[in-house]
Design a protein around this ligand. Structure first.
Ligand code: HAM
Length: 412
């Protein structure tokens, strides 16, 4: 026998018995995001590698270690590790800055990161997300967070933790970074390898290191004093205060986390995550924030923007399993011509109908019907002669012989 080829590590099939949950989440995303005025956008899964190295940032783990990159006709191409950069590219390329602000876009689809697979972390995973362009006021941040919370509620996730923080603007953040390095420098040799590497390149990322020894160092009073210091400039501070007021008014519960820094370089001011206590170490279902400089960094007019993305696999793992739904009807018959006719009639009337396609015995057909459908529609010789069908409710075993028209009313 030929050798079986298996699915790649860190990737998964989404099987028919699981697909309804995916469809449920995608439909809710469409409904809730549309209710806020977001329009769906679909961008390519492959993009120029430069888009991510410039967009997501050269110092991030995503760009440094996790991209699926390949050469084709002397061009370097990358499977998208996230979708903000792609949506920004499309916004610029399609002149969406000419549209009146805000421009609100949402998306769903697969992303690719070459990470070490573990529970809640895959190499191909799926996101739903939104991006809003053109509004610098904190109302936009509040509306984006509200969109995320409303969507999560709509799928039955009411009790997740919203965490927020402000990373300031490049100006006030630069001073903060220097202060941080200053107090951490004496402990540099005791930090984990990742933190040592990030110390110069991306010192903010030290704050979300999960290694206990590093966490212990960062909890020292002189370091905490800097981490919790109010480093924001006047405008950034006002933006953050206003955002919190809006969230309070909207009754969105949140906590402030000074260690929340996010793993992508494009953020300015607001960052947020929504977490679950039931997910183990990969506990963020949603991550987002403001990125006021990304559009101009990728060649567009300076345009403020804010958005989020959620991991669909993580959402699904928090929801109770759905049992796959049954077909409405299964036709049991040894007369394929008549069975096809009835099936066609039912399908035209929006009744999901299956039928036996191999002339099995009636008992076998009934067995199959009871596993896959709500009603067995029996078309024996008598029924055909009288232009009728016997409709058997497979839950109650009640059976009635009726005309084709009445059969529709009975099932509906
Ligand atoms: P992110 O935090 O990298 O942000 O990803 C968002 C969400 O995608 C995470 O909270 C998590 O639920 C899910 N996720 C990320 N990596 C994986 C993985 N390897 N396996 C399974 N799920 C994963 C972004 O991607 C930004 N583009 C979000 C954004 C949009 N910011 C502004 N606009």
């Amino acid at each position: 026998m030929a050798q079986i080829i298996k699915v790649l590590k860190g990737t998964k099939d989404i099987l028919p018995q699981d697909i309804e949950m995916w469809q449920f989440i995608e439909e809710k995303a469409n409904k809730i995001f549309s209710s806020f005025g977001f329009k769906e956008i679909r961008t390519p899964i492959i993009e120029s590698t430069d888009l991510f190295s410039r967009g997501v940032g050269e110092t991030t783990d995503i760009v440094n270690k996790e991209m699926y990159t390949f050469e084709k006709s002397d061009r370097s191409i990358t499977l998208r590790p996230e979708n903000t950069a792609g949506v920004v590219r499309s916004y610029i390329e399609n002149g969406m800055s000419r549209l009146s602000a805000p421009v609100k876009l949402w998306y769903k689809g697969p992303m690719f990161r070459y990470e070490r697979p573990q529970a809640g972390r895959q190499r191909q995973f799926h996101q739903v997300g939104v991006e809003m362009f053109g509004i610098k006021q904190p109302q936009a941040d509040a509306e984006v967070i509200l969109t995320a919370v409303n969507f999560l509620k709509s799928i039955g996730l009411n009790d997740l933790e919203v965490e927020i923080n402000s990373l300031g603007c490049p100006k006030c953040r630069a001073v903060f970074k220097e202060n941080l390095k200053e107090v951490i420098r004496p402990y540099l040799k005791d930090l984990c390898e990742d933190c040592q590497e990030r110390f110069e390149k991306n010192p903010l990322r030290l704050l979300d290191c999960k290694v206990p020894d590093c966490q212990q160092i960062y909890s020292k009073p002189e370091i905490q004093k800097v981490i919790t210091s109010d480093f924001l400039c006047e405008e950034c501070s006002e933006h953050y205060t206003e955002l919190k007021k809006y969230l309070d008014n909207l009754d969105v519960k949140y906590s402030e986390n000074k260690h929340l820094v996010r793993g992508l370089d494009y953020y300015t001011r607001t960052v947020f995550e929504i977490k679950s206590n039931n997910l183990g170490s990969q506990n963020a279902v949603c991550g987002g924030g403001r990125y006021d400089n990304l559009v101009s960094e990728l060649g567009g007019e300076p345009t403020p923007a804010v958005g989020f993305a959620m991991g669909m696999e993580r959402l699904i793992s928090l929801l109770p399993e759905k049992t796959p739904s049954l077909s409405d009807a299964f036709i049991v018959s040894n007369n394929p011509v008549e069975a096809f006719k009835l099936a066609q009639y039912l399908r035209e009337n929006n009744i999901n109908t299956e039928m036996d396609l191999s002339n099995k015995k009636f008992t076998k057909q009934l067995e199959k019907a009871s596993k896959t459908a709500k009603y067995a529609l029996i078309l024996g010789e008598d029924e055909i002669a009288n232009k009728q069908v016997s409709v058997k409710n497979l839950e109650t075993s009640e059976q009635k012989t009726v005309s084709y028209e009445d059969c529709i009313a009975l099932i509906k």
